[in-house]
Design a protein around this ligand. Sequence first.
Ligand SMILES: Nc1nc2c(ncn2[C@@H]2O[C@H](COP(=O)(O)OP(=O)(O)OP(=O)(O)O)[C@@H](O)[C@H]2O)c(=O)[nH]1
Ligand SMILES: [Mg+2]
Length: 327
Amino acid sequence: MPTNLPPEYFEAERKFKEASNPIEKAAALEELLGTIPKHKGTDKLRAEYRKKLSKLKSLAQQSKKAGRYDSHYHIEKEGAARIVVVGAPNSGKSSLIASLTNAKPEVSNYPYTTWLPTPGMMEYHNIHLQLIDTPPLNKEHVEPELFELIKTADLILLMLDLQESPLEQFDDCINILIEHHIAFASKKEEYKEQRIKFIPFVLAINKVEAKGLEEEFDVLNDLLRDGWLLIPISIKENYNIDRLFDIIIREMELIRVYSKPPGEDADKSQPFILKRGSTVETFAAKVHKDFLVNLKSARIWGKYVFDGQQVGRNHVLNDGDVVELHL
Ligand SMILES: Nc1nc2c(ncn2[C@@H]2O[C@H](COP(=O)(O)OP(=O)(O)OP(=O)(O)O)[C@@H](O)[C@H]2O)c(=O)[nH]1
Ligand SMILES: [Mg+2]
């Protein structure tokens, strides 16, 4: 960020952040561009903003036609689970979605790049997951609809930047979420308020490949001791991303169960995804609605049963079980 920006710039930037729809955003951004002095040191900044302005203008056009601005926050659920990625500005939320899914959200080294959510799909060990990139959580203003979207998550992935006062970012983000009645599922005892929605949470601390940040790590260890689930990652160096998703799957309590037609092998590339604690009956209903009504018996192969063990409808399934259903 160039250091010699005039005070009007920061005022205009505040207005831009607070604008709540594409039309207002475009107008505020034009004003913001007008406050930036034109010289070599600001070339990059002006170019970034001009690019954003042209996108905003086309979105504003679409919004006018649709007659509503909120459609971007109403995203259809897809796949076995929805993970909403939230966090501090510039922490790497869009980078994660861009590197793991088919979506192409904009990534830049300026904060407040993303201002509308973007969904993308990824596959992890044959489980289809919907990841949603979101605008940063900001103390001054966040679009109220963002919280409605976050409440639809099966898991919240809170991303922090190890290189930018992570504890402060953590406090800000958690406070903003609490203000909007969203809390970490395992902190139920702390917030007994009725309206709170409790959702599983995982904290990803990004950009850990940088050197000389031992102090920041100590701070984060305190969070760990306080019961937060925290995973250091580097999107840039692809470090710990698999571990992050192993933990995400575990926290969402998802299991993979395979269907085996009699006399054939199970197709291990096509698991049925169920919540931990699901029974043979729930599985049967997912395989085919006829099975739910007409199921006579089932045989199971897996870690906690004898091969081909005969079980009833209420038998609780485990991750990796193979089930043969009989009508
Ligand atoms: N050093 C380092 N930089 C990273 C890493 N991951 C992302 N970045 C950089 O961090 C900057 C911000 O990345 P974004 O993905 O745009 O961050 P964001 O959280 O979406 O930002 P906003 O949309 O503004 O909230 C970019 O310059 C990325 O290249 C990482 O693991 N290490
Ligand atoms: Mg972003």
